[in-house]
Design a protein around this ligand. Structure first.
Ligand code: DGY
Length: 323
């Protein structure tokens, strides 16, 4: 397939073994055997002599980093569907192609969204802790109690693949689906979900609210004091998308006051150094960015990234090209 020398690819992290092996067949790979998070300077230094980079959301590919990459780098493939860690404009200006891994992590991430929804609603976190810590008193008719899910309304911000896969799961729990998206979905994708053109219209209806949109300049901080105030008292908030969609001060204040009864969060601002106040709250169910964390999904993400790299170096259009 690729004639002449094998393109040299910097792998900024460890990737699933089968993916690394397949990459090594096609490319000369520069690996990170200790799986250390590389600093910006280390990425730039290790990229010397490389034709491409395979990165993760842990690498902040800012304009500064992209501008400092050696001329030889022509493609950045990210092992993620999200690409908010890459300055696409800087890449475009430098003529560097950027690709991502859509679709392959839809089901795994929607499963975690449903897990968070149920876990937050039914207090899986405090229940689990009571059992583990030996604080489980006698069964009682009046306490401790959670929140019913069936028959309730779920509002989804961002009805892409993952939003729709969550809707499918929530329908099986007899939830009514509402959504806010830039564009209304065609009938075959929308099903019985109700589209709301504005958040102002949708939020007051949301017993549950799930964030499933990409992090962009338009959506950053979309859940803030103003939008939270529009939710009915006692709403439950779920986030499997990106931490920066949430204004932590506003969400934490709402969790403390009970305006938001519970939250299920898989993603955070400044991961893994999250706002420590979340750890103190009894009404949050916290996971460490596990959305895509199954072997099958992580392999599929790796092979999707590999397909993009291969297409690029074979002179074809990478299937998941962003710029
Ligand atoms: C992604 O792909 O963007 C996820 O956040 C990683 O699971």
């Amino acid at each position: 397939m690729m004639k002449g020398h094998k393109p040299r690819i910097l792998l900024t992290r460890r990737y699933p073994a089968r993916v690394e092996a397949a990459l090594a067949e096609l490319f000369e790979t520069v690996e990170n055997p200790e799986d250390r998070r590389l600093s910006a300077d280390e990425i730039i230094a290790q990229a010397v002599g490389c034709d491409g980079l395979l990165v993760c959301p842990t690498e902040r590919m800012t304009a500064q980093v992209i501008n400092a990459l050696p001329e030889s780098v022509r493609i950045i493939a990210t092992f993620s569907v999200g690409y908010d860690h890459i300055d696409l404009e800087a890449a475009r200006t430098r003529g560097i192609v950027v690709t991502h891994t859509p679709e392959v992590l839809t089901d795994a991430t929607a499963d975690v969204a449903m897990l968070l929804l149920l876990g937050a609603a039914r207090g899986a976190y405090w229940g689990e802790r009571m059992v583990r810590e030996g604080r489980w008193g006698a069964w009682a008719p009046t306490h401790p109690l959670g929140i019913d899910v069936s028959g309730r309304r779920l509002g989804i911000i961002g009805m892409g693949h993952i939003g729709r896969a969550l809707a499918k799961r929530a329908r099986a729990f007899d939830m009514d689906i509402h959504y806010h998206n830039r564009r209304r979905l065609p009938p075959e994708l929308e099903g019985d979900a109700i589209w709301h053109e504005t958040l102002e219209e949708m939020l007051p209806l949301c017993d549950f609210l799930s964030l499933n949109c990409a992090s962009t300049p338009e959506t950053r901080g979309i859940l803030n004091a103003e939008t939270i105030a529009l939710l009915p008292k006692g709403a439950v908030v779920i986030n499997t998308a990106r931490g920066d969609l949430v204004d932590d001060d506003a969400l934490i204040a709402a969790l403390q006051s009970g305006h938001v009864a519970a939250a299920g969060l898989d993603v955070f601002n400044n991961e893994p150094d999250i706002d420590p106040r979340y750890r103190e709250l009894e009404n949050v169910f916290l996971l460490p960015h596990l959305g895509s964390a199954t072997p099958r999904t992580r392999e599929a993400m790796g092979f999707r990234a590999l397909d993009n790299l291969r297409a690029f170096f074979e002179g074809r259009e990478p299937p998941d090209r962003l710029v």
